[in-house]
Design a protein around this ligand. Structure first.
Ligand SMILES: *Cc1c(COP(=O)(O)O)cnc(C)c1O
Length: 491
């Protein structure tokens, strides 16, 4: 099995090469064109716990990793660093289910992938006998940054640089990042938004600055090593529902996914291709509803100004992983994908064929919401079910309700929860109790816990006592210089 770029059928890469490189040389994303021919035997996996399931599913994507390598990666990642024994527990809320992905070391769903990616990477280097230092470049809309910093902290022979939009993340998110420890971590604020940071990183990759001593790689979901681990929890949630007799094996379910860069929902689609009985993938967006418009009309158009919302991890206009989805649905039409992405680059938009548009609509149901409705959803869900949701999750919750109403569907729906409500404590508090005299986010975190009788995750509870260790802020167009300077120092 080999990974190919979405933009040409020529270069075939091993999984370890794809993970180490992060992005293909032609700017495309690594994909496995044979994925739809691989099938997972659900029945045999029914008794598996999370780690066992990971050990069963990961080899499909990583055929050049030995079973013992994979087991070691899984153990490092999930052996002891998650606060919940099920890793990704599922909770019944009313008639729906919530898949909680936020019990990792930084209270964000990105922990699930970023706890294991560094181990995939160091294993890849051993396979390839590549002794260069790896520098991980990461653009973050908030959560990736901290999860990547935690995952790579003190991993030998790696360095991680995180670029975040200085005024585009929550106070708690920023505080989590700028207090990061580790002798190999660098955190830099960008005077710009997430798209500026992501574009900056992609441009640095395009310049191919890797040299004899240093390999640049990515911890963003453009790296296939980020997506692969996310497939596991879709299976895990489904099998848990079977074991709990909430559904019967092979019943269809929907997943409602709060979507930004399209990585999480793409992992769900990959699970579907592998045989997980998924009916609809409900794609939930905020006021930045580029994806909603695309699914409705077949036209992708990023020429909008970015709205800042209370769900900042979804404040994105260019959803990178859509490229992988279109690749699969276009039956692997490399040149067509290449053409669309060139159009996006030069004009900021593209229109897909009617045929492709219909296929997209078969898989995805689009939804978007604004901040007011999201706050109302947080309040109503808490009042009806005593269940506390963060704003990202609350958008998926609304999306699930909207779909059920529109489709008059009784198919069970799993709402994917991507962050602890305490990561966005200020907005969650205000949604529940209104604007008050309190403004300090740390104080609000404690008040929220007290008034709702819920527990602050351990990783957030002591955050305010941590020291600020990173203070760099640079203009977005200085990112390349920043990285070049660092590489110069290594010659
Ligand atoms: C990253 C993130 C998302 C979006 O996930 P994608 O894989 O980028 O679509 C949603 N919610 C939260 C809290 C996130 O951190």
């Amino acid at each position: 099995m080999r990974y190919f770029s979405t933009r040409n059928s020529k270069t075939a890469n091993l999984a370890s090469e794809a993970i180490l490189q992060g992005i293909a040389e032609d700017g495309g994303l690594f994909v496995d064109p044979q994925i739809r021919t691989r099938k997972v035997d659900l029945k045999s996996l029914l008794p598996c716990n999370y780690e066992q399931l990971a050990n069963a599913i990961l080899p499909i994507f990583l055929p050049d990793y030995s079973a013992s390598d994979i087991e070691a990666c899984v153990k490092h990642a999930y052996g002891s660093s998650f606060e919940h024994p099920d890793i990704t527990p599922i909770v019944k809320v009313g008639t729906d289910y919530v898949l909680e992905l936020f019990h990792g070391p930084t209270a964000a769903f990105k922990d699930v992938a970023l706890s294991i990616l560094p181990h995939f990477l160091t294993t890849a280097k051993e396979h390839l006998k590549d002794e260069r230092e790896v520098i991980i470049l990461t653009a973050t809309s908030g959560d990736t940054g901290k999860a990547a910093l935690a995952g790579f902290q003190d991993i030998p022979n790696t360095k991680i640089i995180v670029f975040y939009p200085k005024y585009g993340v929550s106070t708690i998110q920023e505080w989590q990042m700028i207090t990061s420890k580790g002798n190999n971590v660098i955190v830099v604020g960008i005077e710009g938004d997430f798209d500026d940071a992501q574009r900056g990183v992609k441009e640095i990759f395009a310049k191919q600055l890797s040299n004899q001593k240093v390999q640049l790689s990515s911890a963003n979901s453009i790296n296939i090593g980020r997506l692969i681990p996310q497939v596991i929890y879709y299976f895990h949630s489904y099998l848990t529902l079977c074991r709990n007799h909430e559904i019967t094996m092979h019943d269809l379910v929907n997943f409602a996914v709060p979507t930004g860069n399209f990585g999480n929902i793409l992992a769900a689609y990959y699970a579907k291709l592998l045989g997980l009985p998924i009916h609809k993938l409900i794609c939930a967006s905020n006021q930045n509803h580029v994806l909603y418009d695309f699914i409705k009309t077949g036209q992708y158009n990023r020429n909008h100004s970015l709205h800042k919302t209370i769900s900042p991890s979804m404040d994105i206009l260019v959803s990178s992983n859509l490229e992988r989805f279109l690749f699969e649905l276009s039956d692997h039409d490399y040149s067509y994908i290449s053409q669309l992405m060139n159009q996006l680059q030069s004009t900021g938009q593209y229109q897909v064929t009617d045929h492709l548009h219909n296929k997209i609509q078969d898989v995805l149901y689009p939804f978007y919401s604004n901040d007011e409705a999201t706050k109302t959803a947080i309040r109503e869900c808490f009042l009806s079910h005593q269940y506390l949701m963060d704003p990202h999750t609350a958008i998926a919750y609304q999306a699930a309700k909207d779909y059920q109403l529109q489709a008059e569907s009784k198919i069970p729906t799993v709402i994917v929860s991507t962050a602890s409500p305490f990561k966005f404590a200020s907005d969650v508090y205000k949604a529940l109790f209104g604007e008050g005299e309190h403004n300090d986010p740390f104080e609000l975190m404690e008040l929220l816990a007290f008034k709702t009788n819920t527990k602050i995750p351990a990783s957030l509870a002591h955050l305010k006592d941590n020291q600020i260790l990173h203070r760099d802020v640079i203009p977005a167009d200085q990112m390349e210089i920043f990285v070049r300077t660092l590489l110069e120092e290594r010659r």
